[in-house]
Write a protein that binds this ligand. Structure first.
Ligand SMILES: [Zn+2]
Length: 91
């Protein structure tokens, strides 16, 4: 009885640690700071001029034409192979 419960506990722990596996820089071990860098970006921002001469931002139609890369924020190692994981975990 006791053994069965322990097995359940262990199963649960394994599932949790799997879902919380962090992206970690293989070079320096950093798992907190990351940089996303996009190549060839066209920044287009739509503004509307108000009657008092001020401007209000209406929209942002920026386009990324190039590659998006992910780098370690500590040592700048290229972690682009983690990028799709990164996007899945981005909230
Ligand atoms: Zn690093």
């Amino acid at each position: 009885m006791e053994a069965a419960r322990n097995r359940d506990e262990q199963q649960k722990k394994r599932t949790i640690s799997q879902s919380l596996a962090l992206i970690k820089c293989p070079n320096c071990g950093n798992d907190t700071d990351f940089l996303e860098v996009a190549d060839d970006v066209i920044l287009t921002t739509h503004y509307r001029q108000n009657q008092d001469g001020s401007f209000t931002q209406e929209g942002d139609e920026s386009q990324i034409l190039g590659e998006i890369k992910l780098f370690c924020g500590e040592c700048n190692a290229d972690l682009s192979h983690f990028h799709s994981r990164f996007l899945e975990m981005l909230f």
